[in-house]
Design a protein around this ligand. Structure first.
Ligand code: HSE
Length: 325
C-alpha cells in the first residue's frame, strides 16, 4: 500500500462523523485522518484513536497534512479555513453549501488560480453524485434546465404533513433529531438552503456565477394543513421545487412550493430524499434520486470526493467560467 495521505478534518458533527464512519469502512484507501479541529474539546467524542485540537493553525500550518476536509457549519470560518488551506498548498473538500453558494466568485477564483483541488460533492443533494455529473459527465453537452427537490428537511416535513397528518412543528423537530436539518432550520424551510445548492449547480452547469439577488425564493411555512389536504384530495402533493433555467440573456432560479401530480417525476420523492432532473439537449432528461440529507449519505459523498482527489480529479468548470455581475 502507498504511504497514506494525511487528512486534517475540520468539524466532527453530523457530517464529520458520517465521513469518519464511511472512511473506516474503507481501510484500503491510502488516506488517514491525522488531526481533527473542533470548537469544543470538552465534549465526549466517538473516534478515540483520533487526535483532537481546537486550534485551526495546528491543521493549516502542518506541512504533513495535504488534504483538508472542512465540515463545519460556520460559513464565515469555513471560508477562511478553505482559502488558507488552498494558499498553503493543500487540497480541500467541503460540504458547506452556504459558504460555497454565497462565495461562488471566490470559489471560481480558487478553481482558476490554485493547482490544488477544491471539491464539494456533499454540498448538493447529500449522497447524490450531482455536482460531479453536472460538472463532468454533461460538460460537453448543453444543459437547458435543472429541476428538483434539493432540501431533505423541508421534503421530510411536507411528506409527514401529507402522509401522516403531522403538524409542521412536530415534523421539523423530527427532521432535526434525525440530523437532517441545519443548526438554523430557517435555512431549510425558507428555501434558502436549496437556493445555495441551485446556485452551485448553475455555476457548474453554465460556467457562470448567478446573482442570488435575482432568485425567487418562497418558504414552505406558508403551506397550511388545509393546502395539503386539498392537494391530497385531488391526488396531488405539495413539494418545495427548485428550478434553474438558462435563456440567452439570463439564468432564472426559483425555489418555491408547487402542487404536483403523479405524472411529475418528483411526486414519489418523499421524506429526506432529494431528486434532481437534468435536461440536456443531446441525451434528454436524466433524473437522479437518493438520500439528500443525513450523516452517512452525506459522509459518503465526502468520501467519494476523497477518492477522486486521490485519483487527481478536479472540476472542469474553471475552464469555462464567466462571472455575471
Ligand atoms: N439541511 C440539509 C437538508 C442537509 O435538509 O437538505 C443536507 O444539505
Amino acid at each position: 500500500m502507498k504511504t497514506p495521505r494525511k487528512i486534517g478534518l475540520f468539524g466532527f458533527g453530523t457530517v464529520g462523523k458520517g465521513f469518519y464512519e464511511n472512511l473506516k469502512k474503507h481501510p484500503h484507501l491510502p488516506a488517514i485522518i491525522s488531526k481533527v479541529c473542533v470548537k469544543r474539546l470538552d465534549l465526549p467524542r466517538i473516534g478515540h484513536e483520533l487526535y483532537f485540537t481546537n486550534d485551526p493553525e495546528e491543521l493549516l500550518s502542518d506541512p504533513e497534512l495535504d488534504i483538508i476536509v472542512e465540515l463545519i457549519d460556520d460559513a464565515e470560518a469555513a471560508k477562511i479555513f478553505v482559502e488558507k488551506a488552498l494558499l498553503a498548498g493543500k487540497h480541500v473538500i467541503s460540504a458547506n453549501k452556504k459558504m460555497i453558494g454565497e462565495s461562488l466568485k471566490e470559489v471560481s477564483h480558487w478553481h482558476y488560480s490554485f493547482n490544488h483541488h477544491f471539491l464539494y460533492e456533499a454540498a448538493v443533494g447529500g449522497g447524490i453524485p450531482i455536482v460531479h455529473s453536472v460538472d463532468g459527465f454533461f460538460r460537453d453537452q448543453e444543459i437547458t434546465e435543472i429541476r428538483g427537490i434539493l432540501n431533505g428537511s423541508s421534503n421530510y416535513i411536507l411528506t409527514q404533513m401529507q402522509l401522516n397528518q403531522w403538524d409542521f412543528d412536530k415534523a421539523l423537530k423530527e427532521a432535526q433529531s434525525k440530523g437532517f436539518a441545519e443548526r438554523n432550520p430557517i435555512l431549510d424551510v425558507s428555501g434558502i438552503d436549496a437556493s445555495y445548492k441551485l446556485s452551485i449547480l448553475a455555476y457548474h452547469a453554465f460556467g457562470e456565477v448567478p446573482s442570488m439577488k435575482s432568485f425567487e425564493i418562497e418558504s414552505i411555512e406558508s403551506v397550511t394543513k388545509e393546502d395539503i389536504k386539498k392537494a391530497k384530495s385531488k391526488g396531488r402533493k405539495i413539494k418545495l421545487v427548485a428550478t434553474l433555467k438558462k435563456s440567452d440573456q439570463e439564468i432564472i432560479c426559483t425555489v418555491k412550493p408547487e402542487t404536483i401530480g403523479p405524472n411529475d417525476e418528483l411526486y414519489s420523492v418523499d421524506f429526506e430524499n432529494n431528486a434532481i432532473s437534468v435536461e440536456t439537449l443531446i441525451s434528454g432528461r436524466h433524473v437522479f434520486v437518493g438520500k439528500g440529507a443525513g450523516a452517512l449519505p452525506t459522509g459518503s459523498a465526502v468520501l467519494e470526493d476523497l477518492k477522486r482527489l486521490l485519483d487527481g480529479y478536479s472540476y472542469q468548470v474553471s475552464k469555462r467560467v464567466k462571472t455575471v455581475s
